[in-house]
Design a protein around this ligand. Structure first.
Ligand SMILES: Nc1ncnc2c1ncn2[C@@H]1O[C@H](COP(=O)(O)OP(=O)(O)OP(=O)(O)O)[C@@H](O)[C@H]1O
Ligand SMILES: [Mg+2]
Length: 245
């Protein structure tokens, strides 16, 4: 039986700069795993490479439920069931949130039942405590850091992907928003999404039952462990755990 998600010998470069040299990783279905690592080590690069950002050249193989995805264009990867929640969500003036969500939903699912969509949208907005007025604002334009992260979480719940790569969904959140986003990620897992979470902090992990912790360093997964690894990093820092690897 093929694994749910598998990265084999992945190499990622931007121009002539190599960021990821030989990365291997597997995720089991229905789990929450986290990728940690120092600033600038390549976590977002990995996320972009999996999603298919055109700036990043890749070698190696990435499989979702046995389908090799590196050869697919971005929209096909999304239709296969991969979602990326951005570290820095992009502002798109001129496109309202509601229009964006409808178009994205339609493109992902092939069709849209507007009554069902509207009901689901309202429920998730209430769950995340997002005011209805946000629907008619331009996408992320003038949104606070926390508001942007909540909108990424709304997409996660609405689109219900097979695999969600969430790049620092906890950065810039106040304590209440952190709890809400944490509950959103938990809900996504309950609804069948496997989660690969990029984070620097222990706080979000406290809300979630994290199955695996990966530490990215020097272009590859340097250490793999359980939740206690994240706790050690929080206490002693990266150099401490990396020295023992
Ligand atoms: N478009 C680009 N052009 C040149 N260098 C880039 C580009 N994008 C990323 N890099 C470089 O690649 C390296 C990895 O960056 P990346 O954003 O993946 O780090 P990160 O692990 O996500 O860091 P952080 O924890 O700060 O978010 C950095 O040195 C960064 O400057
Ligand atoms: Mg990053």
């Amino acid at each position: 039986m093929s694994k749910f998600f598998e990265i084999k010998n992945l190499k990622v470069s931007i121009g002539d700069k190599n960021i990821i040299s030989d990365l291997n990783l597997t995720l089991d279905k229905g789990t929450i795993s986290t990728i940690m690592g120092k600033n600038g080590i390549g976590k977002s690069t990995l996320a972009y490479a999996i999603m298919g950002h055109p700036l990043y050249q890749t070698e190696g193989e990435v499989f979702l439920e046995g389908t090799e995805i590196l050869s697919l264009p971005v929209h096909k990867r999304a239709q296969t069931g991969i979602f990326l929640g951005f570290q820095h969500p992009i502002e798109v003036p001129g496109v309202t949130v509601v229009k964006f969500l409808q178009q994205a939903y339609k493109a992902l699912k092939g069709n849209i039942d507007y009554t069902k969509f509207q009901k689901s949208l309202s429920e998730w907005m209430e769950f995340l405590n997002i005011d209805k007025s946000f629907l008619y604002r331009y996408l992320n334009e003038g949104f606070s850091g926390g508001e942007k992260k909540k909108l990424e979480t709304l997409q996660l719940l609405l689109f219900n992907p097979k695999l969600a790569i969430l790049d620092e969904p906890d950065s810039g959140l106040d304590v209440d928003a952190l709890k809400i986003v944490g509950q959103g990620i938990k809900k996504a897992r309950e609804n069948g999404t496997t989660v690969l979470l990029i984070t620097h902090y222990q706080k979000l992990l406290d809300f979630l039952e994290v199955d695996k912790v990966f530490v990215l360093n020097d272009g590859k997964i340097a250490i793999e462990g359980d939740k206690s690894l994240a706790e050690t990093i929080e206490k002693h820092g990266y150099d401490f755990v990396l020295a023992k690897a």
